[in-house]
Ligand binder design. Structure first.
Ligand code: ZN
Ligand code: ZN
Ligand code: ZN
Length: 200
């Protein structure tokens, strides 16, 4: 109802008053997301264990991809082979924290739905991991908005160029038309041509 309030609402989980809200652009569409949802949506660009951003370059052989989602963790961050996979020499499968635990969140919601077991209220204090998640989310949002700004700029330049091209094409067309008209006049006045010759 109140647009002011909606502006603070996460577009994904619809949490109405997240402690932090980030604006991101998804191919030109601006959305507001809470820290947790933002990180979930961009899970392929950071390690879900240490919450380090890959900074544009995906981890090469150094990364291990979650079996359920595009999330990639540093090989060093992924948990050691679990008991059932003990026989296989290397780490073959990895399930990211988000996929392995349905209650996992990168960042605590300000209003924990139901349960309310422990740590309620004093949500202003961030543990180190949450703080790191917040920094990562902010960085992602900034990059996304920078990209969006660049895209908008590119689009504007393209539009200007398009307009220029259209103008030039119109001019060309007009020129052609004038040519045709002149040529037609020429052929109509083929006789005066003779007169011109005789004038000499
Ligand atoms: Zn959310
Ligand atoms: Zn890591
Ligand atoms: Zn996953």
């Amino acid at each position: 109802m109140n647009p002011e309030q909606n502006r603070r609402q996460c577009a994904v989980c619809e949490e109405s008053e997240p402690s932090f809200i980030h604006t991101v652009s998804n191919s030109g569409v601006f959305r507001r997301l809470c820290t947790d949802c933002l990180l979930r949506e961009h899970r392929e660009i950071f390690c879900p264990v240490c919450v380090d951003l890959f900074n544009g370059c995906l981890p090469p052989d150094d990364g291990i991809t979650c079996v359920n989602c595009p999330s990639i963790a540093h090989r060093s961050c992924s948990p050691p082979p679990s008991s059932f996979a003990a026989s296989s020499s290397s780490v073959t499968s990895f399930t990211c924290p988000t996929c392995s635990d349905p209650n996992f969140s990168f960042f605590p919601k300000s209003h924990v739905p139901s349960s309310g077991n422990g740590t309620d209220g004093s949500g202003t204090l961030l543990d180190e991991k949450s703080a790191k998640a917040l920094v990562a989310a902010s960085k992602i949002a900034v990059v996304s908005m920078t990209d969006a700004a660049a895209m908008l700029k590119e689009e504007a330049v393209k539009k200007i160029l398009d307009a220029k091209m259209a103008k030039m094409r119109a001019k060309d067309a007009l020129g052609n038309l004038q040519d045709i008209v002149l040529r037609q006049k020429d052929s109509e006045n083929s006789n005066p041509n003779k007169r011109k010759n005789s004038d000499r």
